[in-house]
Design a protein around this ligand. Structure first.
Ligand code: URA
Length: 460
């Protein structure tokens, strides 16, 4: 079978066999199939779609392109019982820092959270970039080091490695530059192959739809969520998905170090209410899936207690330290997010702070009707936090903080947001994007519903 025959088969709308898909993925990872043929197949899949059987086969082939984490030595409790492994994944959005909070929080509540996360692409931020703004944090661990961190503190957030799911590492970079990122079959296989490689007992997904997500329309987001849950279940992974609104940024900060600071606030029992709410909603589902809470009320009270006591914050610091991060950079007092950030406190052990911080002030009084996540994402990219290619460097200090949220009142002259950058030449253009992101109206506006839908099981 020649690779071009498989490409032609998909181009013409036919179903690929398991053997076709296996051959393609195996030979792509080995280098026998070049990028241009993989790109052609990815585009054919984007245009023609895939059946449920093909998506399962693609996920399996990608999963078996590398090792499966050897979890035999992982997570034994004092009573020699295996600690449940529950993972969480978001399809990505502007200001989405929930994984940073949830991994240590769920670990404090008795779960092992083995998380392989990604870097930011396009407008959506990446968990790994956020963590790497902590001085010294190393996201690229090998399997033995990953297992060691998991056994020591119950959670670890790493980037994809060459030994686990190499097909995704290679294919994701290719999709990014070939207009094939938003194809549902490719997203599903990418996410689930990574998740299955760490052999979790359950998975909670946050599927985003809206201006700041891959899926701009709610119906597309719902289709993605349903396909993720259906595919995971066919592969034997107990999965729940929330479909959540990403039309305005999540929280009040967007940008890598700024989002770490906001996460630290939530881990210390403060922070924006939408971030807290979504953390608790996703976290409660993780605890119930892992059977460490018997019901919703118990799950919520465990999570709240771990935030209020500071235990989740200490766990995050411990995880960061085990990854080589300097915990002194995480200790309070962190810079205030509600104003311009003060520079220059401490040396390299501080989270990076930008040279210039300027407010964008409201021209009129009223209520915030819209904060366009796509425009905010673009502004943040211009300020230095975005990358056009997966290999591009980013500025961890760049971003936007103190964002007003939809439904909030604002007075003329009050700051709608603060912009932070080391590239003052980009400020004017970034400001124009932030200005265009906001709509202010005289009448009251109800805050939008963050969670649109929960998908637990599939109807097949
Ligand atoms: N997240 C992933 O891991 N893969 C995708 O394709 C999209 C979001």
């Amino acid at each position: 079978m020649l690779p071009q025959w498989i490409i032609e088969k998909k181009r013409d709308g036919h179903q690929l066999t398991d053997a076709d898909i296996d051959l393609f993925i195996r030979d792509y990872v080995s280098g026998a199939i070049p990028d241009y043929q993989m790109a052609a197949l990815a585009m054919a899949i984007t245009l023609q779609g895939m059946s449920a059987e093909e998506i399962v086969a693609l996920t399996r082939s990608m999963l078996h392109s590398g090792n499966i984490l050897n979890t035999a030595a992982l997570g034994k409790s004092r009573h020699a019982q295996r600690v449940p492994r529950i993972d969480k994944h978001s399809t990505g959005g502007v200001g989405d820092k929930i994984s940073l909070i949830l991994a240590p929080l769920a670990a404090c509540c008795g779960l092992v959270v083995p998380m392989i996360a990604g870097r930011g692409l396009g407008l959506t931020g990446g968990t790994i970039d956020k963590l790497e703004s902590i001085p010294g944090y190393r996201a690229q661990l090998d399997e033995a080091a990953f297992l060691k961190v998991l056994n020591t503190c119950g959670c670890s957030i790493i980037s994809a490695m060459d030994t686990l799911v190499p097909a995704d590492k290679k294919l994701y970079a290719l999709r990014d530059v070939t207009g094939t990122v938003s194809a549902i079959p490719l997203i599903v296989a990418s996410i689930l192959s990574k998740k299955l490689a760490v052999q979790p007992d359950g998975l909670v997904l946050d599927v985003k739809w809206g201006r700041g997500a891959f899926m701009a329309k709610r119906a597309q987001g719902e289709a993605l969520a349903r396909t993720l849950v259906a595919t995971a279940q066919r592969l034997g992974l107990n999965t729940r998905a929330l479909l959540t609104d990403m039309n305005q940024p999540l929280g009040r900060s967007v940008g890598n170090a700024l989002e770490v600071i906001e996460s630290l606030e939530v881990l210390q029992g403060r922070g924006p209410s939408d971030v807290i709410m979504l953390t608790l909603e996703l976290g409660a589902r993780m605890l119930i899936l892992g059977h460490v809470a018997k019901d919703w009320q118990q799950a919520l009270s465990q999570l709240r207690a771990k935030l209020a006591s500071g235990e989740a914050f200490e766990r995050f610091k411990n995880m960061a330290r085990l990854h080589g991060g300097d915990p002194r950079a995480l200790d309070p007092p962190s810079p205030r997010l509600g104003s311009g950030l003060r520079r220059g406190r401490g040396g390299p052990a501080r989270l990076p702070v930008a040279a210039a911080s300027v407010p964008l002030k409201a021209r009129q009084s009223g209520y915030i009707q819209k904060v366009d996540a796509a425009a905010i994402g673009r502004a943040v990219a211009l300020l230095g936090a975005g990358r056009a290619r997966i290999t591009d460097a980013i500025d961890p200090a760049a971003g936007i903080s103190a964002l007003k949220k939809v439904g909030e009142p604002v007075s003329a002259g009050e700051a709608l947001a603060w912009l932070h950058t080391n590239r003052p030449g980009q400020l004017a253009e970034a400001r124009a994007f932030v200005k265009a992101a906001f709509q202010i109206v005289p009448e009251r506006v109800a805050p939008p519903k963050l969670i649109a839908l929960e998908i637990k099981e599939t109807t097949k």
